[in-house]
Design a protein around this ligand. Sequence first.
Ligand SMILES: Nc1ncnc2c1ncn2[C@@H]1O[C@H](COP(=O)(O)OP(=O)(O)OP(=O)(O)O)[C@@H](O)[C@H]1O
Length: 821
Amino acid sequence: MADDGMLLNFSIPDSGILNKPRFKGGNWRDRLTAKKAAERWHNKASERLNGEKHESENANHTKLGHRTRRASPNVAFERPTERHVKRARVSGEFRTAAREDGDSREFRPQSNANVTKKPGEKHDAPKGGKQIISSLFSYNPTSTTKSLANAEAQDAPLVEPSNAPLKSELDTFTSLGISTTLATHLLNKMDLKAPTAIQKAAISQLVKDDSDAFIQAETGSGKTLAYLLPLVQRLMELSANMKKRKMDEAVQRNSGLFAIILAPTRELSKQIATVLENLLRCAHWLVAGTVIGGEKKKSEKARLRKGLNILVATPGRLVDHLENTEALDVSNVRWLVLDEGDRLMELGFEQEIQKIVGNLNLRMRAKKDAAFRITGLPEKRTTVLCSATMKMDVERLGQISLKDAVHIRGDPVDKEENITKSKEDQAFSAPAQLKQSYAVVAPKLRLVCLIGLLKRSFARKGSVMKAIVFISCADSVDFHFDVLSSKLEDSDEKSHLDAGEEDKPSEATSPQKKSKATKGLAQSDPTKLTVTYTQSPVLSLTSHSVTAYRLHGSLPQSLRTSTLAHFTKNSEPAVLLATDVASRGLDLPNVDLVIEFDPAFAREDHLHRIGRTARAGRDGRACTFLMPGCEEGYVDILKSDRKDGETGIHVTRQDADEILKKGLITSGVTKDKNAYMDKATDLQLSIERWALASPTRLESARRAYQSHVRAYATHVAQERGYFDIKQLHLGHLAKAFALRERPSGMKVPGLRTGAGRESKRTIARVRGADVKAKKGVDSRADIGVPLAHNIGDEAARMKQAVRAKEKFMMSAGMADEFNLG
Ligand SMILES: Nc1ncnc2c1ncn2[C@@H]1O[C@H](COP(=O)(O)OP(=O)(O)OP(=O)(O)O)[C@@H](O)[C@H]1O
């Protein structure tokens, strides 16, 4: 399965099958007849062999026995007109790579001598010393949709941004009911001149009305301010009214808790709290705070005791305080916001939210009956639910928390046509100005294409400042981060920077001062420092450097926070390799490009991921990597994200060779139109050698590969047809993880969570009941990949396990996304 396109391995015994034998005995006639017969046979054999080895002769890379060549001086070496690509395996002394087109350029002697070996260093070579070194450009599956490419290549028409601030002079914050003080603060201190469409709709509703509301709008449209502005405005009014009546003081921090904002993750909660603090600079008497875990409960309790008017919280932590902190009085809470409602439900916070809502209702009723009430405080509580999607579980959340809610949307034009759309699809599309593309890349070419695309993107300083690459699992993020942060031998970039030492994470050498950069280090594993950002020698040029970052749920919270903060502040080009932990709600400035190196597990996740760019009317590009074959069908999903989904021609296509040409051929014009193949092969080989040079790297590559394959089986059921694990070429894919060994032979010690469980189960299945069908057993089972007939169950089980783990980790203040392993 995995061997096609591999190298031919044939060796000729030193004694030589073609040596001229010496004839002894018999009379001279017998000896002459035997000699002639032998010569005839010998010539034919030479002719056959020379035909086979013609290319390697030209390339002078193999060492055919000199006697062979001398033995047939008159044989004409005709190049076979049509010849099969060699199927080859490498381990002996004759190693040649064969190209499909019979071109000899790619012939490369491959041996362990090629691997930089330090004295005394052991290579963690595959069992039996066998390595498979396949050619990058042979036996790649062909695209099924290539013919459509030209039709799509046309330039996308210029479109108006759909999430930008409104342009009309009439659309001002003050016209919506925001006070001049607040509007002036927005303009002068936060550089916000006009509201976006969703802000216009939400503010005008929420400043004057106490009805519950469901806010739904696309990514980057300013939903946070859409609910924060009316909230702050109402509290400022309450305070001003109290002062006017001269009965009370203006609102102070100990006047009571009036609003709670719930968000699914700590990162989001912190982000919301930061925006809120910025707003409250013009109303300093109002005090906001957070309870999100990650610090001692004691200090959170102390804060609550001192008094807060607005609280930003994660559900689990709030429930904890409601049950255990007496100082937390929620009887005056009149505004409850549930941000990222769909994510709250996905992470299984339904019970916690039910508890919170129940508790608020109970205490509010008790307070109403009591004698003391704050004058001017609304009778009724307003609950606002924000979500990009309107899925079933969001409806359920609405049932729990909302009553007669108003549906607020930023795009009133769509109202009519959306009647025909399913509820889930309503209003969730990518921002109109976001330029989307997909790259059809064969599995073997994935790694070099990723590097090519990033190199091209960062080639001109300023064209792309920041990029995010989404990868399916933490192990794979780690592996790709290591590749980007290492100095590869033979890399044609003349990096002016030193690379990290082998096996030691390289020193964090960000463009910022080293003291700052070393904040990216943490002692998560006592034996090893964890580096989360460092300069990338592979991507950096002499003119400017590029910093690589990594982010996933297995990193300690403090390190994740500091990594994000560093990425946000970095004013130099930077790339963040991340799992879906970075896909929701994060507002990272200047992200020009999002690459979905591994397509998202579900359409909504894809929209959230690409929504990290093209925010608030800015430009942005997104590119999704797809493999030739069934994955190309996923283009339909990409097109359905568009507002022009029916025509859907503005999702452009890129091909691997085009990416490699533009990304790897940096030195002007070259006459050789296939030069990019050599460059890509050199790059691939240097990465493979880099991986082979250290057992730690090799293990990391195997781990990443295995986790990747496992993750592949967990796409949502509706989209699993596009990501059919049965069609995944494991051998080719291994190359994209710099591996030269057979997938079936890989053993990874201490694979991350779930590995033991999964592989034991699958192996048991293979060894037990299914043994009689052994010939049908897929080698996928050997690496713990769910067998085809169990994929549905496996995916469901994985999802369930993931949710449970996410929730547990979140409540424990740990990682909030999974490491498939
Ligand atoms: N009126 C405005 N004018 C200009 N920029 C704005 C305006 N309102 C918000 N922004 C900016 O838009 C960006 C996105 O805002 P926000 O994070 O609230 O979007 P969102 O709709 O919640 O996105 P997501 O769905 O991805 O969470 C922020 O950087 C914010 O500062």
